[in-house]
Design a protein around this ligand. Structure first.
Ligand code: IPE
Ligand code: IPE
Ligand code: MG
Length: 262
């Protein structure tokens, strides 16, 4: 029943069916790294006269199906913004609900993720998360550390400005300790000191729920990322939406400031 209502209220018209989309996608030109701002849970719930917490719970279902599809398709990295450095401003009941939901997600999903060779990673100031959340993350990292499939990167207590500040501090220390010269500082060195060191930059950024902003996400890494924005609230965001986003991505011309030979 809930599914039916959700479908009806979906503001984005879904005309093509999943199989047609799946067949249209060029498997050789998949985005290597997809980043998602999982936004709109609260509004989704409030519009249904439900507490925001139920929106967050419904959002976990979307995460589950999107992780599964990325893994099936062979996407290499999926970075999902789950909690920002600014989200602590929310009422403490909501914050603790989100932390409990994280633990529940990790503990419930871990077997399935592991079976699908998903490797779990997290970016952000994890040391400031409540201890039970840190422990659940540690269990998930340990269990999946040798997996070679999709890298699921959870952005938790993550802020792009904090990430850049951390990189500046680390590099300044290297200079102070005479480990490097100021002239050694270049884009590559900065890249290597971000939380995403070793990962390709996102090819595709998805923000559902109708807001057109970055909200302090991956400020450095998004320099040449293709954006895909949608009115669909995250709890309504399903496989078909990701397929549409990938197909759209494959129709784009990425120039990186240069020119394409015609
Ligand atoms: C995203 O949904 C989840 C988190 C930020 C943790 P929101 O809670 O921001 O939902 P809206 O934007 O208020 O609808
Ligand atoms: C961004 O959403 C953070 C996450 C989805 C975790 P927000 O809801 O916090 O962003 P703003 O406040 O609308 O910019
Ligand atoms: Mg929001």
């Amino acid at each position: 029943m809930l599914k039916k209502i959700t479908g009806l209220l979906n503001r984005q018209k879904v005309t093509e069916d999943e199989n047609t989309l799946l067949q249209s996608i060029d498997r050789n030109r998949l985005p290597k790294h997809i980043a998602i701002i999982m936004d709109g849970n609260g509004r989704w719930a409030l519009r249904r006269g439900m507490p925001r917490s139920l929106g967050h719970r419904a959002g976990v279902e979307s995460l589950r199906s999107i992780v599964e599809l990325c893994s099936e398709l062979g996407v290499k990295v999926l970075t999902c913004y789950a909690f920002s450095t600014e989200n602590w401003k929310r009422p403490k009941e909501e914050v603790s609900f989100l932390m409990d939901l994280l633990i529940e997600y990790l503990d419930k999903e871990i077997q399935e993720l592991h079976r699908n060779q998903v490797k779990i990673n997290a970016i952000g100031h994890l040391e400031e998360l409540p201890q039970p959340a840190r422990e659940a993350l540690a269990r998930a990292f340990r269990k999946t550390e040798n997996n070679s499939g999709l890298l699921l990167n959870l952005a938790l207590n993550y802020g792009g400005r904090t990430e850049l500040t951390d990189a500046v501090v680390k590099i300044a220390r290297l200079v102070k300790n005479n480990q490097i010269e100021v002239s050694d500082i270049n884009e590559n060195l900065i890249k290597e000191h971000l939380y995403t060191a070793g990962m390709p930059d996102p090819d595709l950024l998805i923000r559902p729920s109708g807001d057109f902003r970055i909200s302090n996400f991956l400020l450095w890494q998004l320099a040449y990322t293709e954006f895909w924005l949608s009115d669909v609230m995250w709890p309504d965001f399903k496989r078909i939406h990701l397929l549409q986003a990938i197909l759209d991505f494959q129709r784009r011309e990425r120039r990186f400031g240069g020119l394409i030979k015609k």
